[in-house]
Design a protein around this ligand. Structure first.
Ligand SMILES: Nc1ncnc2c1ncn2[C@@H]1O[C@H](COP(=O)(O)OP(=O)(O)O)[C@@H](O)[C@H]1O
Ligand SMILES: Cc1cn([C@H]2C[C@H](O)[C@@H](COP(=O)(O)OP(=O)(O)O)O2)c(=O)[nH]c1=O
Length: 206
């Protein structure tokens, strides 16, 4: 049995990840491709608890390195308990955010040293990387407006606009550095066009 494909969906706030995840999972189900859908931070009971701790607004300022280590603690658990077993079974893994979000939010947004992120990535993941990163790219001002309509802001969503511009730039830089592993989708397009492009990218992986 061959290993499943590992697909991650990335982008800033309100780019349309939830909407397009539904499209992607329906696309796979229509083709009888076995898959699991999961998310980061999260994906196991422990990792979901770490997510709650990470997203909660609190009076105590969160040290960026502490934030980074919590993200990777959740990731280590998620990889060991969910992602790696699924890929080994031959299931595709559709993950709402993964390590590119760490480069974007902790690296770009919080301006942490990329070399530290890379060390953690190598230690925690070994050589496991997504087969394809679907990056929904959107001006953060539009994304935050869209996100505002979907509930109360968490600790990240409460950041200033400049933070989200750094997040977007970090994502785009990563995509430019390894174009074969990324599909950058212009998320300002009408949803049908976004999904047409996503479908084409998925088709290429078959
Ligand atoms: N391409 C698009 N054009 C216009 N509105 C969109 C598009 N994609 C998503 N939306 C809308 O934007 C809002 C946020 O989308 P959502 O999928 O919840 O984003 P995310 O999960 O990235 O926060 C929703 O109201 C959704 O209907
Ligand atoms: C995976 C990951 C997420 N995050 C942040 C980005 C998001 O703001 C948040 C996760 O929320 P998100 O995926 O946007 O969920 P929702 O759409 O329900 O708000 O966690 C990081 O800062 N680093 C990471 O490595």
């Amino acid at each position: 049995m061959s290993r499943g494909k590992f697909i991650t969906l990335e982008g800033g706030e309100g780019v349309g990840k939830s909407t397009n995840l539904q499209f992607i999972t329906q696309w796979l189900a229509d083709r009888n491709i076995p898959f699991i859908q999961t998310r980061e931070p999260g994906g196991t009971p422990l990792a979901e608890q770490l997510r709650e701790l990470l997203l909660a607004k609190r009076d105590e300022a969160v040290d960026p390195t502490a934030e980074l280590l919590m993200v990777f603690a959740a990731r280590a658990q998620h990889l060991a308990k969910v992602i790696i077993p699924a890929l080994e079974r031959g299931d595709w893994v559709i993950c709402d955010r993964f390590t590119d979000a760490t480069y974007a939010y902790q690296g770009g947004g919080r301006a942490l040293d990329r070399a530290l992120i890379e060390r953690l990535e190598n230690d925690v993941q070994g050589d496991l990387r997504p087969d394809k990163v679907l990056l929904l790219d959107l001006d953060p001002q539009i994304g935050l407006q869209r996100a505002a309509s979907t509930g109360a802001a968490d600790r990240f969503e409460s950041e200033q606009l400049a933070f989200f511009h750094r997040v977007r730039e970090a994502y785009r830089e990563r995509a430019q550095a390894a174009p074969s592993r990324y599909a950058v989708v212009d998320a300002s397009q009408p949803l049908v066009q976004v999904q047409q492009q996503l479908g084409q990218e998925l088709q290429r992986l078959l």
